[in-house]
Design a protein around this ligand. Structure first.
Ligand SMILES: [Zn+2]
Length: 310
């Protein structure tokens, strides 16, 4: 049976079973595990959260599944990263969900980027020239805890709008989250402070917000442009730059081939670190706090190896 007919039958069955008491948990669907983690922080047991992209998958290129359409069909709220991160896979799923509540522009569609600080905003005409997958600024903004707070507030406000009687609950969860994150961020900043200005190279442009917050200096990328695989000439130029600037760290997202990064590492003596930019990127990263715990610890351990002891 074709996927479409399976989905159609399932949707028909679900319409019989969709009557729920008003107090049932709000059904929240998020495109990424990071947004899911933030929704759980502020929603607590009053939300049921499902996320599509796993933390070890490239969020630009997610393989659509029939189960995604079913989740969207019964969702009260869809939260997306925005900035066209999901443009390659989400729009057809929303359309096929037959759920008017979560269409872009509806109350049940939340673009999480709207209040976030966005880096690498384009100047002049916006194009996808040469396959650039970041045409509207950098969409990996959740890698700064300050943006995590902004997104959490957006979600808490949206949940309060849906469930006015639970507003105090959501706002208290937000207050608790902010306090916990403030304390954690203070610790992360202190740990990273000795390495301020450390030059690094990253595979994809997933880490500009992280680098800006924690004082790293990204001097190059393994990809010639976001979404474009490495080319021999670009790699040679990058190696030359890394040697000139004495770059000893290469950060690679878990979903990229390590062949080119490893050859760059051999040529330059740099440490190649597989650094997850998302919750669930490795099994230890079970929430938004552990994402920074893990990545910062990974970086600090590598700095010890390259001899930059402080
Ligand atoms: Zn990207």
């Amino acid at each position: 049976m074709k996927i479409k007919s399976i989905v159609a039958i399932a949707l028909a069955l679900m319409s019989f079973a969709s009557v729920q008491p008003a107090s049932a948990a709000l059904k929240v669907v998020t495109t990424t595990a990071d947004l899911g983690a933030l929704a759980k922080e502020v929603g607590g047991d009053k939300v049921q959260v499902d996320s599509f992209a796993k933390g070890y998958q490239d969020p630009h290129f997610v393989e659509p599944k029939p189960s995604f359409i079913l989740k969207l069909h019964s969702a009260d709220l869809l939260i997306a990263v925005g900035r066209e991160l999901e443009i390659g896979w989400l729009p057809p799923l929303i359309q096929q969900s037959r759920n008017s509540k979560i269409q872009p522009g509806s109350d049940g569609y939340l673009d999480a980027s709207l209040q976030a600080a966005i880096l690498e905003l384009p100047t002049g005409q916006v194009t996808r020239a040469m396959g650039d997958v970041h045409p509207l600024g950098n969409p990996h903004y959740w890698m700064d805890p300050e943006n995590g707070k902004r997104v959490a507030k957006e979600i808490a406000d949206k949940l309060s709008q849906f469930r006015p009687n639970d507003k105090a609950f959501f706002q208290q969860k937000l207050t608790d989250f902010n306090a916990k994150l403030d304390a954690a961020e203070k610790g992360w900043l202190a740990q990273m402070a000795p390495y301020k200005g450390t030059k690094v190279v990253t595979y994809h442009r997933s880490f500009p917000n992280f680098a800006e917050r924690f004082g790293l200096d990204i001097v190059g990328y393994v990809e010639p442009k976001p979404g474009i695989p490495p080319s021999p000439q670009h790699t040679l130029d990058l190696i030359t730059d890394m040697k000139r600037l004495n770059v000893k760290i290469v950060l690679v997202e878990p979903y990229f081939d390590l062949k080119t990064p490893n050859s760059i590492g051999r040529d330059t003596g740099a440490q190649v670190l597989v650094m997850p930019p998302s919750v669930g990127g490795v099994k230890e990263i079970t929430d938004y706090f552990k994402l920074f715990d893990y990545d910062i610890n990974l970086f600090l351990e590598a700095m010890k190896k390259v001899g930059a002891t402080k």
